[in-house]
Design a binder for this molecule. Structure first.
Ligand SMILES: Nc1ncnc2c1ncn2[C@@H]1O[C@H](COP(=O)(O)OP(=O)(O)OP(=O)(O)O)[C@@H](O)[C@H]1O
Ligand SMILES: [Mg+2]
Length: 258
């Protein structure tokens, strides 16, 4: 069974039809890269998956559970929050809290999940567990010596790795990245891409919007080329990069920069 099924997702802003019917499936452990020129709707699609935008119509199913369809429009905030937890999202601009340390940035969401009323000793124990878990996640992204650093004391690549650890803390079924390296210079890009590759090796299901074509080629099971709000072509990296069928994709791949 597919871990993610997206059917006929449409989204308009005013009269502008941005997503015109998006359909795809992802199996557990698969990595999907989304490529396409600026304005083609890549970020809007990720935002619809993560409930940061509400699609106008269509259906999103995770692990067999319909988390969005036409009846979802009346959901309460708490229900939306629960459904959003299926996805972790890493943004281009990190979005870390500047006033908190790396560790606190990762633990915060889990701490907020704890019930308000809890015996003190029990709470202390839970907080310690959260701290241990989040330290281990920071270790995974290569930041074992930076727990107590503030974002302003970290490089862009390190900030982005904190953001990845933070997204992992909530144990999402699917981890989404929106151009995770486009704010970084090439050296720092490499360290973030390495972390994403390692996540693939540990069987993480991921959707990655990227302009890094070499990376998409190497890390993806599937590559989706979006153009003007539709999936112009979807296939294996070999099909998309070595044997593109649509004229638009052929033209897109000729461009030296995206
Ligand atoms: N909240 C919004 N209100 C109005 N228009 C929007 C909104 N969000 C996105 N759009 C429009 O939707 C279109 C697609 O935007 P989107 O950010 O999804 O593109 P993208 O493929 O991610 O581009 P890029 O590669 O530059 O990040 C753009 O024309 C944009 O102006
Ligand atoms: Mg975008």
């Amino acid at each position: 069974m597919a871990i993610l099924e997206v059917n006929a997702i449409k989204k308009s802003f005013g009269n502008a039809h941005i997503l015109k019917g998006i359909d795809f499936e992802l199996e557990k452990g698969e990595v999907l890269s989304i490529i396409g020129s600026s304005g083609s709707g890549k970020t809007t699609l990720l935002r619809c998956l993560n409930f940061l935008e509400t699609a106008d119509s269509g259906r999103i199913t995770v692990n067999g559970e319909v988390i969005f369809d036409d009846s979802t429009h009346t959901l309460k905030d708490s229900e939306i929050r629960d459904r959003r937890l299926h996805f972790g999202l890493v943004f281009q601009s990190f979005n870390l809290f500047p006033q908190y340390t790396a560790l606190k940035n990762v633990t915060l969401a889990l701490e907020l999940e704890l019930p308000r009323k809890m015996p003190k000793a029990e709470k202390k124990e839970e907080l310690l567990k959260i701290e241990e878990r989040c330290k281990a996640l920071l270790d995974t992204v290569g930041l074992s010596d930076k727990y107590d650093y503030y974002p302003c004391q970290l490089s862009g690549g390190q900030c982005q790795r904190v953001a990845i650890a933070r997204a992992l803390a909530l144990s999402p079924d699917i981890l989404c990245f929106d151009e995770p390296t486009s704010a970084l210079d090439p050296e720092l890009t490499g360290e973030v891409l390495r972390v994403i590759k390692e996540l693939k090796n540990s069987d993480r299901t991921m959707v990655i919007v990227t302009h890094e074509m070499e990376f998409a080629k190497n890390v993806s099971d599937k590559v989706m080329f979006m153009s003007d709000g539709v999936i112009e072509e979807i296939g294996t990296p070999d099909e998309i990069f070595n044997n593109p069928k649509s004229h638009r994709l052929q033209e897109f791949l000729k461009k030296p920069t995206f």
